[in-house]
Design a protein around this ligand. Structure first.
Ligand SMILES: [Zn+2]
Length: 639
């Protein structure tokens, strides 16, 4: 449940300075000056008062240690959840609000976990005490112990409903130990640990694990949550989107190792770098002549104490200004470990290795030349199969057409029956399997009235952030409304391409842009110069390629009179030209493609023709017949 911020602010200001008096009395603040609402800080050692009530924000602020403390924090410190604290504040100030849905299990069909905790938690308390986490913090976060002495982490949603239960052994983990597991026979929603005790008007700290979150709370930073399934899972962003959108400031403190650093890099643009802050914790300490590496919050707490943890959090930096980078800090470019998408064609992948994230690829071709088939297969089906979500702006294919072509490609030869030479049939159960597989993963732009670049880019941003989309297909440039007349077109095109390049870089995603060629007199192979618009388009892109449909004449070749050929016949149906490849440098290459009409697939070898996308788990013993053995495959129709 998200309670309107205005209502909470209204309640806080209605209570006004009365809150300061209540807090001062109940916490027994030293040297409390009732007139100026000043006191000795309760959270750090000091002789002169630095804790001052702020009438604008209706909370205490300490100028010594940066602590903020308002009436909601005060209620929560007494064991209330955020929702309970807000309810109490509303009751005290006479604000009406329906807390109707509270504590109600709203998800039908959801298998809610059972609450599990032994009355005594000796093992857990003992183990976590060794890690400097007190019983008080365990009780505050409702940490339990199961019958085998494991730690129980209870995950509550923002309605205070127990929605997920996780376990972890209450001892130092050995190699090969199961790190953590969820309650059996219960569902798992990727919530954030401790999210029901979070005040959205205060900065939020996101940690990588529950024990780090406990360490931050132990140190006095209570507005802390932990991600549910470690650094590499990001499903929590979408699940908790509305919750996360409430914060003005989010501090990320992930582990000081590769997955942790990657988590930061992936998560910050999605949460919005204008509100994200990075921490700079100590990474090494010398003890008894030995250097110890420091990896996480709990280790900082253990080795340096609470004050250091708070200091690191309070000194979190805003993200650096974009577009400026200290060259020394530029990431090393490492081909092997850079992420991206394989094209699915072995030959092409040999040249480019893969389409790297952060890049823009331009595809051109004459209408009817196979552009749409190539885009569907290489830019949608392949990335989907490699586990990524996709955005499609398709200005030319209608949505049902796109769906039909894609499903033929997903299905493949084995699952398509051709009737009357052109009607292709896929069994309903196969269709269902495919749809379950791609459901909620391909997002098609759906606003026929607005094709402006501004709107398309803002949709793209929303999808990159909220849904973690990694591949963006814009088919095609001509269908994008650049909001200008014919005069400024080239300039606007250039600006749009620059925006795409920046977008790819910022969100570390891949963009495929289809661009039409200039008018050509007759059907022929294109060159890079044929792409319509200014040359800036191809200059700015990382990859440029064209697809050409082989003409019947080219297939025949030109015979000489000696039984040979002046011009060799081309056996393929299409040629893919790679004009530009700024990453590995291999370019000006051509690749022949066969086209399979029933499945709308391009292929260069039989494995590619028969690729089994991941919806299809069957094992097939029989090989597909080679279409080259019989009659040549039919030509493609339309585009
Ligand atoms: Zn203080």
């Amino acid at each position: 449940m998200i309670i309107p911020k205005e209502l909470i602010d209204k309640a806080k200001s209605k209570m006004g300075e009365r809150a300061a008096i209540i807090i001062a009395e109940e916490l027994n603040l030293k040297d409390f000056d009732e007139k100026n609402l000043k006191a000795i800080c309760n959270w750090h050692e000091e002789d002169t008062p630095s804790l001052v009530w702020n009438n604008k924000n209706n909370c205490f602020h300490c100028f010594g240690c940066s602590k903020n403390y308002g009436i909601i924090d005060h209620y929560m410190s007494k064991g209330l959840t955020y929702l309970e604290a807000v309810e109490k504040l509303f009751n005290e100030t006479g604000i009406n609000y329906k807390f109707g849905e509270r504590s109600v299990k709203t998800k039908r069909e959801y298998k809610y976990p059972k609450y599990e905790s032994n009355p005594n938690k000796n093992k857990v308390e003992k183990y976590l005490a060794q890690r400097c986490i007190s019983k008080e913090t365990l009780d505050y976060c409702d940490i339990g112990e199961d019958d085998n002495g494991n730690i129980v982490f209870n995950y509550y949603d923002s309605n205070d409903v127990l929605t997920m239960v996780k376990y972890r052994p209450s001892r130092k983990l050995k190699k090969g130990d199961t790190k953590s597991w969820c309650q059996k026979n219960a569902d798992t929603t990727p919530l954030l640990f401790n999210m029901n005790r979070i005040d959205p008007s205060q900065p939020l700290l996101i940690c990588e694990g529950e024990i780090d979150c406990l360490a931050a709370i132990e140190s006095g930073f209570k507005n802390s949550v932990s991600v549910p399934f470690g650094a590499s899972d990001k499903t929590w962003i979408e699940e908790n989107w509305d919750f996360l959108e409430q914060f003005n400031k989010i501090i990320i403190w992930s582990d000081n190792d590769e997955p942790g650093i990657k988590m930061k890099r992936d998560v910050i643009p999605r949460l919005g770098e204008w509100k994200c802050y990075e921490v700079d914790p100590p990474t090494k300490i010398e003890k008894n002549g030995k250097i110890i590496e420091i990896n996480d919050i709990n280790e900082v707490l253990y080795l340096f104490g609470k004050e250091k943890v708070l200091e690191v959090i309070n000194n979190a930096r805003e993200m650096p200004i974009t577009n400026i980078i200290d060259l020394a800090n530029v990431q090393d470019f490492d081909l092997q470990n850079s992420e991206g998408i394989y094209s699915g064609f072995k030959i092409l992948d040999n040249w480019i290795y893969k389409f790297f994230f952060g890049c823009l690829n331009i595809i051109t071709g004459i209408n009817g030349g196979g552009k749409s088939v190539l885009v569907n297969q290489m830019c949608i089906a392949e990335p989907l199969n490699q586990g990524h979500n996709i955005f499609v702006f398709s200005g030319e294919l209608t949505k049902p057409q796109l769906k039909n072509w894609l499903e033929l490609n997903f299905a493949g030869r084995r699952h398509i029956k051709v009737e009357d030479n052109h009607i292709r049939k896929i069994k309903p159960e196969i269709r269902q399997k495919m749809r379950d597989w791609y459901k909620d993963r391909i997002f098609v732009y759906d606003n026929d009235k607005d094709h402006t670049a501004t709107t398309i880019l803002s949709k793209m941003e929303e999808l990159a952030r909220k849904k973690g989309v990694k591949v963006f297909v814009i088919d095609n440039l001509m269908m994008v409304d650049l909001e200008c007349g014919i005069d400024g077109l080239w300039q606007k095109q250039k600006e749009f391409i620059i925006k795409l390049v920046n977008f790819a870089n910022k969100f570390n995603v891949l963009i495929h842009l289809v661009a039409h060629p200039r008018k050509v007199e007759a059907i022929r192979r294109l060159t890079k110069l044929d792409i319509s618009g200014s040359g800036d388009i191809t200059n700015l892109a990382h990859y440029v390629m064209a697809i050409h449909r082989v003409t019947p004449k080219e297939k025949e070749g030109i015979p000489d009179n000696k039984g040979g050929y002046k011009v060799e016949p081309i056996q393929y149906d299409c040629i893919l030209d790679l004009f530009k490849n700024r990453i590995t440098g291999t370019q000006d290459k051509e690749m022949g493609l066969y086209f399979d009409l029933p499945s709308y697939r391009f292929w260069t070898n039989l494995e590619e023709l028969d690729i089994q996308y991941k919806w299809d788990k069957e094992k097939y013993n029989e090989k597909l017949p080679d279409p080259r053995d019989a009659n040549k495959p039919e030509f493609m129709r339309g585009d």
